[in-house]
Design a protein around this ligand. Structure first.
Ligand SMILES: O=C(CO)[C@H](O)[C@H](O)COP(=O)(O)O
Length: 232
C-alpha cells in the first residue's frame, strides 16, 4: 500500500467532515484535494446539500462527475469554507501553492472564503519556505522581461512546460514561472516585491489566508495546526 496516498486521503477525509448542509464550498486542486472532492461527492450522494465552486477546470470536472451541485462563481458572493492542498507550509500557516498551476483561482477562492482549510501530508511541512520552487503566474506578453525581473529578486526561473514539452498554459491562458529561491526567510517582503512586478498576475505565496491545516501523518494520525488544534 502506498503510504503517501494514505496520508493525503486521511487529511482530505478529515477536512470533508467540516462540510455541512447549507454551506457554500470551494473545492481545491491537486492530488490531495482530489480525495476531498471524492469524499464530498460521497456525502452529497448520501444527502448533503451544498453549493460548490472549483479552483480549476480539472476539479470542476471531477466535482461534476461526483454529482456535486455546481454553481457559477458569479452567483456566489462569499464561500463558507474552502478545502485545498499546498506544496509547502510552515508553522505559521504560510503556504506555497501552485504546483498544479491553479494558484490564481485558488487564491481568489480563498480570499472570498470565511475559512480556508489546508490539507497535506506531513512531507509538506517545512521550517522555512522555499525548497519547493515558488510558482508565479505571469502574462505571456513579453514574458522574458517578467522572467528577468523575477531573476533580479535572486532566484533562478524555469518557465513551466507540459509533458509534451510545450509551454504550460494555466486555465487563465497565462504562463507559470517556477522560481527557485532555496530559502524564503521573509515571505511577506518577497510577496510585496513580486506583486510590484508588472507582468506578474499572482504568486503562490499564501500568507495570512489559511485558518487551519490538517496534516496526514505516516503513522495514520492527523495533526491539526491552527483553530481547533489537536493531535490524535
Ligand atoms: O496549489 C496547488 C495546485 O495549484 C495544489 O494544492 C498543490 O500543488 C498541492 O498539490 P498536491 O495535493 O497534489 O500535492
Amino acid at each position: 500500500m502506498n503510504t503517501e496516498y494514505n496520508m493525503k486521503q486521511i487529511a482530505a477525509e478529515r477536512a470533508a467532515g467540516y462540510v455541512q448542509s447549507g454551506m457554500k464550498v470551494g473545492l481545491g486542486t491537486g492530488s490531495t484535494a482530489y480525495y476531498a472532492i471524492l469524499k464530498i461527492g460521497e456525502m452529497v450522494r448520501a444527502g448533503l446539500d451544498i453549493q460548490a465552486v472549483a479552483t480549476s477546470r480539472a476539479s470542476e470536472e471531477l466535482a461534476v462527475q461526483q454529482g456535486i451541485p455546481f454553481t457559477p462563481v458569479r452567483d456566489i458572493d462569499r464561500l463558507d469554507l474552502t478545502i485545498d492542498g499546498a506544496d509547502e507550509l510552515d508553522g505559521m500557516l504560510r503556504l506555497i501553492k501552485g504546483g498544479g498551476g491553479a494558484l490564481l483561482r485558488e487564491k481568489m477562492t480563498a480570499y472570498r472564503s470565511d475559512k480556508l482549510i489546508i490539507i497535506a501530508d506531513e512531507t509538506k511541512e517545512v521550517p522555512v519556505l522555499g525548497a519547493f520552487p515558488l510558482p508565479v503566474e505571469i502574462i505571456p506578453f513579453a514574458y522574458e522581461w517578467t522572467v528577468q525581473s523575477l531573476k533580479e529578486l535572486g532566484c533562478s526561473v524555469q518557465i513551466r512546460r507540459d509533458r509534451e514539452g510545450a509551454v504550460y498554459e494555466t486555465d487563465n491562458g497565462n504562463y507559470i514561472a517556477d522560481c527557485s529561491f532555496g530559502r524564503i526567510s521573509e515571505p511577506e517582503e518577497l510577496a510585496a516585491r513580486l506583486t510590484g512586478i508588472p507582468g506578474v498576475v499572482e504568486h503562490g505565496l499564501f500568507l495570512g489566508m489559511a485558518d487551519q491545516a490538517i496534516i496526514g501523518c505516516r503513522d495514520g494520525s492527523v495533526r491539526i495546526i491552527g483553530a481547533d488544534s489537536a493531535s490524535e
